[in-house]
Ligand binder design. Structure first.
Ligand code: B1M
Length: 211
C-alpha cells in the first residue's frame, strides 16, 4: 500500500486521489483495517496542524470529506457479516457535536461483527436516544463526543435514561477522543471504549456474546 500517498492525499484533502489509492490498496490485497489505520494517522496530523493554526476549518473540512468518501469504499468490507445479528446497538454523536467520522467507523465495525446498528447521526439530542431505545428495544447505546463542550450531553443522556427507568435495561458506552474511563465512571456510563474494536468488545460484553 502507498501509505505515504494515502496520508498525503488525506492531509491535502484530495478526495479523488485518496479514493483511487484506497481502491488500489484493496486490489493489492491490503486489509480494510490496515488502510483505515493509515487514514486515522493522517487525520491526526490534520488535527495537530489545526491546533497549531497552520491550517483552518476549510482545510479540515476537505480532509474530513476525503476521509468520509474513502471510508465509504471500505464500508462494505468492514460491515460484512453473514451471521444473524447479536442485537441492536444505537449509536450517535451527542448534541452540539458535528464530528462523525470516528462514530461511523465504530458503527461499521459493530456491523462487521454481527450487530444491527441504528446510526442516529450527529448532533443527537438526549431525547432522541431515549425515544429510539424505547421504540427499537435496543439494549445498548453508544455515545460519541469529540469536543469537550459536548461531553456534558453524555451525562444528560444517561440521566434521562435513568429518569425514564431504562437504565437497568439499556447499557450505555461512551467514547471519542476527549473521553476517558474516568469521565465515563463519573457520569455513570456502563462502559468506555477507546477505539472501534474496543466498542465492539464492550457491546459483546453488554449483550453477553460469547467471544
Ligand atoms: Co474538529 N475538533 N472542530 N472538526 N476536529 C477536533 C476534535 C479538535 C481536537 C481539533 C484540535 O483542536 N486539535 C478540536 C476539539 C478540541 C476540544 O474540544 N478539546 C476540534 C474543534 C475545536 C472543532 C471546532 C470547535 C472548530 C471551530 O469551529 N472553531 C468545530 C466544532 C463543531 C461542532 O462539533 N460543533 C470543529 C469542526 C470540525 C469539522 C466539521 C471541520 C470536522 C468534522 C467533520 C466530520 O466529522 N464529519 C473536524 C475534524 C475532522 C476534526 C479532527 C481534525 C479529526 C477528527 C476525526 O475525524 N478523527 C479533530 C482532531 C483530532 O481528533 N486529532 C478535531 C479521525 C477519527 C477516526 O477519530 O473521531 O477520534 P475519532 O474516533 C476514534 C476514537 O475517538 C473512537 O473510535 C474512533 C475510531 O478509532 N471513538 C469511539 C469515537 N467515537 C466513539 C464512540 C465509542 C467508542 C469509541 O463508543 C460509543
Amino acid at each position: 500500500m502507498d501509505e505515504r500517498g494515502i496520508k498525503d492525499s488525506l492531509i491535502a484533502g484530495e478526495q479523488e486521489r485518496l479514493c483511487e489509492l484506497v481502491r488500489g490498496a484493496l486490489e493489492d490485497g491490503d486489509s480494510a483495517k490496515a488502510i483505515l489505520d493509515v487514514m486515522i494517522e493522517g487525520m491526526s496530523v490534520v488535527g495537530d496542524r489545526f491546533q497549531r493554526k497552520e491550517i483552518f476549518i476549510p482545510e479540515v473540512l476537505l480532509s474530513a470529506r476525503a476521509m468520509t468518501s474513502a471510508t465509504d469504499i471500505l464500508k462494505p468490507i468492514l460491515a460484512k457479516s453473514g451471521s444473524k445479528p447479536f442485537g441492536k446497538v444505537i449509536i450517535g454523536t451527542v448534541l452540539g457535536d458535528l464530528h462523525d467520522i470516528g462514530k461511523n467507523i465504530v458503527g461499521m465495525m459493530l456491523e462487521g461483527n454481527g450487530f444491527e446498528v441504528i446510526n442516529l447521526g450527529r448532533d443527537v439530542a438526549p431525547e432522541k436516544f431515549v425515544e429510539t431505545a424505547k421504540e427499537s428495544g435496543a439494549r445498548v447505546i453508544g455515545l460519541s463526543s469529540l469536543v469537550t463542550t459536548s461531553m456534558p450531553q453524555m451525562r444528560r443522556t444517561i440521566d434521562l435514561l435513568r429518569q425514564e427507568g431504562l437504565d437497568g435495561s439499556v447499557a450505555v458506552m461512551v467514547g471519542g477522543a476527549p473521553v476517558t474511563q474516568e469521565f465515563a465512571d463519573s457520569i455513570g456510563a456502563d462502559g468506555y471504549a477507546d477505539d472501534a474494536p474496543g466498542a465492539v468488545q464492550k457491546a459483546k460484553e453488554f449483550l453477553q456474546v460469547e467471544q
